[in-house]
Design a protein around this ligand. Structure first.
Ligand SMILES: Cc1cc2nc3c(=O)[nH]c(=O)nc-3n(C[C@H](O)[C@H](O)[C@H](O)COP(=O)(O)O)c2cc1C
Ligand code: SF4
Length: 454
């Protein structure tokens, strides 16, 4: 994954005059009345009123827009919807993934707080496109205040005939249910989320069968992230072409960059995809805090490989550019680290999180995450040895691609790439090598003892 990136240009066009559409600056937009005053639920009405718009047309528009999932994997949304089988006598489900538990990711929260109706309208349009009967919104339990607020708004939607039986007098009926998570990161993984919704322990499922074939209670199910679904009304309102021409060609659209760490103005910022990392840090976030040097970036949540500052030069925030640079877009939750950051200590914190959150089903993950944490901890405490670095790489090899879900990869990548890219910091913390010493009869030292370091 190591590569120097040669893309010097922003792909975000004239981003300085970009008008926000996911989080527009409208007061009280979280209230149904205000959302409707500004044209909200207009796309739903248009779709339901027009007999010429078939459900498949909505899917086609989403496909043409190039929308890719904002939950981390970046899969084509229209393509995912088209995996749903033709309707039969089974109920059909949509799960809106609002679990948002990846460290460094906090953008769905902004949508649920400031523009929840965009998400609800997206849910209803997706529901129409895939003939969904019920959508479960699986919300991170810690978002208690926004859950209460969304419950109130949902009640208003039922009262207004926008959710439930014969929506807006049409043939289309759909229920929406809010479901609170209980603090497990793994329940954000889509199949684990389904298990949890079914009332079981949040254990990820083997795939295949994929959820479109056999999802909730064995019925066809699609899982989409909050921000992904919030993009759907925008695709219909502004047109798939507008969406496809906003930001990076291969990964288009507006996106919420959740920027934290050592910058002057951390926060959630909406811009097109394809922003230069340097523009986001220097202009959007007002530069590095206390004038420190930029050292590293974790571009899309804790599981994405950290990049050194030099790897970020000319790199833009879209999947292609980040892949060339040696990382991933993930959730666009960007953690910016300055020159004072101790990368060993950073990694220790990350490995602790993954050790704590592994569901324990697969041996490589259950045992591997524990060993990753223990070994990184002992290096951080000055008790490690040089050979521990090889041991960590070996552990990553044993974990990646060998488990039921992608959690093990998410736990291994930060280890592999933090060591690979900041190796000198790890070497500086391991115990000094024990070199062979010359025979010293008085102390009984063995001159032939091998060095213990690799
Ligand atoms: C361990 C793990 C945790 C995840 N947590 C979330 C999450 O909190 N929110 C989310 O939208 N996707 C999460 N995902 C990704 C989901 O499995 C799934 O890909 C996503 O919800 C699909 O939506 P999208 O296509 O709209 O991105 C997680 C994946 C893994 C492996
Ligand atoms: S990879 Fe880890 S989190 Fe995923 S199913 Fe296996 S043990 Fe659970």
């Amino acid at each position: 994954m190591e590569a120097t990136n040669g893309t010097p240009q922003s792909k975000a066009g004239d981003w300085r005059s970009y008008d926000r559409v996911l989080l527009p600056p409208i007061e009280d937009l979280h209230q149904l009345e205000v959302y409707r005053e500004h044209g909200g639920y207009g796309q739903l009405r248009d779709v339901l009123d027009d007999p010429d718009i078939a459900p498949g047309d909505v899917t086609t528009a989403v496909k043409e827009s190039g929308l890719r999932g904002r939950g981390g994997a970046g899969f084509s949304t229209g393509m995912k919807w088209s995996f749903m089988p033709e309707p039969d006598d089974r109920p059909r489900y949509l799960a809106c993934n609002a679990d948002e538990s990846e460290p460094g990711t906090f953008k769905d929260r902004q949508l649920m707080e400031y523009n929840p109706h965009l998400m609800f309208e997206g849910i209803l349009l997706a529901g129409y496109a895939m003939s969904i009967d019920v959508c479960y919104v699986y919300v991170r339990g810690e978002y208690a205040d926004w859950i209460v607020h969304m419950e109130e708004q949902l009640e208003k939607l039922y009262d207004a005939g926008l959710v439930g039986e014969n929506i807006l007098g049409s043939d289309f009926s759909m229920e929406i249910v809010l479901h609170k998570g209980a603090g497990a990161y793994i329940c954000g993984e889509e199949t684990s989320l389904l298990e949890s919704l079914e009332g079981k322990r949040g254990y990820p499922r083997y795939k295949p069968p994929f959820p479109a074939q056999k999802g909730l209670w064995g019925c066809p199910t699609t899982i989409n992230n909050v921000e992904t679904l919030a993009c759907v009304p925008l695709v219909l309102e502004k047109g798939p072409e507008w969406f496809a021409n906003t930001g990076a060609e291969q990964h288009p659209g507006p996106v919420l960059y959740g920027i934290s760490g050592h910058v002057n103005r951390p926060g959630v910022y909406e811009y097109p995809t394809g922003m230069l990392i340097s523009d986001l840090i220097e202009e959007v976030c007002g530069g590095m805090r206390d004038g420190k040097e930029f050292k590293a970036l974790v571009p899309g949540g804790s599981s994405t490989p950290p990049l050194r500052a030099d790897q970020c030069e000319g790199t833009t925030m879209d999947s292609e550019s980040l892949r060339e640079a040696g990382s991933m877009m993930g959730t666009a939750g960007m953690l910016v680290l300055d020159e004072d950051t101790d990368m060993v200590s950073y990694l220790r914190r990350v490995t602790h999180f993954y050790q704590h959150e592994s569901c324990g089903q697969c041996t490589p993950c259950r045992e591997g995450t524990g060993w990753l944490e223990r070994i990184v901890t002992r290096i951080d405490e000055g008790e490690g040895q040089m050979r521990d670095l090889d041991l960590l790489f070996d552990l990553c090899d044993q974990m990646e691609g060998r488990t039921i879900c992608a959690f093990a990869d998410a736990a291994a990548w930060p280890v592999r790439y933090t060591i690979q890219r900041f190796r000198e910091e790890f070497e500086a913390k391991v115990k000094p090598s024990i070199h062979p010493v010359s025979a010293d009869v008085s102390s009984g030292a063995d001159a032939t003892a091998p060095a213990t370091e690799g």
